[in-house]
Design a protein around this ligand. Structure first.
Ligand code: 5GP
Length: 225
């Protein structure tokens, strides 16, 4: 039996607030094996039912700046003009080496920093079906003041133009369809030859046994009745 063996994928998912990226990612992670979401650190206050350590690590601006100084973050950015958001480095490398894929749900500035440092990461952009739908979703959330909502909407306009920098774009019109598409992208990426380049080394015996190398096919090899 030839076995596929590969490192985990580093998957970067971005899209404007209200595009539905967190909902899509939590469904994908629940449906697939060996994949988890990285919990980001932020200086913004928790909203609604958000839990520290699950939705984010909520810290003060001072604590965040300490983490930057101590080189504890893979990337960070100031989002919506005034709050820090960043990806803690701890354990990511170890998980990837153990075949566990990690999803980063981060903004475009963070995504571009990851692209510079780790170009082989997989970049997926979640697009709302229209700006009207995005506006309705943001209003329906009822978690932000009017000013904050306008700030998010302004960021959304800026971010939407950046989708060409990603490998894939998924329009989130129907949630189930969008979830299926993201899963399909991940499954296909995992089969890419350049992602499982060690397949031969891990399966040398099987390749020889199956006659896939160092051997020419002879008619006698297969008995046809
Ligand atoms: P929210 O305040 O709605 O939770 O997130 C605001 C924005 O910050 C979203 O676009 C989200 O993807 C982004 N974000 C969340 N975590 C990170 C992170 O670790 N790094 C960066 N660069 N952006 C993040």
């Amino acid at each position: 039996m030839i076995k596929e063996k590969a490192k985990g994928l580093l998957i970067v998912v971005s899209g404007p607030s209200g595009a539905g990226k967190d909902t899509i990612v939590s469904r994908v992670v629940a449906n697939m094996k060996n994949i988890k979401v990285s919990v980001s650190m932020t200086s913004r206050a928790p909203r609604g039912s958000e839990v520290n350590g699950k939705d984010y690590y909520f810290v003060t601006k001072k604590q965040f700046e300490e983490s930057i100084k101590n080189d504890e973050l893979l990337e960070y950015a100031v989002v919506h003009n005034n709050q820090y958001y960043g990806t803690p480095k701890a354990k990511i490398e170890e998980d990837l080496n153990n075949g566990v894929s990690i999803v980063l749900v981060i903004d475009i500035q963070g995504a571009l920093k990851i692209k510079e440092r780790i170009p082989e990461a997989l970049f997926i952009f979640i697009m709302p079906p229209s700006m009207e739908v995005l506006k309705e979703r943001l209003i329906a959330r009822k978690t932000e003041s009017k000013d904050k909502m306008l700030e998010r909407f302004k960021t959304a306009y800026k971010e939407i133009n950046e989708y060409t920098k990603y490998n894939y774009v998924v329009v989130n019109d129907k949630l189930d369809v969008a979830v299926d598409k993201v899963e399909a992208i991940i499954k296909a990426e995992k089969c890419r030859v350049d992602r499982i380049e060690d397949i031969y080394l891990n399966n040398k015996e099987e390749f020889i046994h199956e006659g896939l190398i160092d051997k020419k096919f002879n008619n006698e090899d297969i008995e046809i009745r």
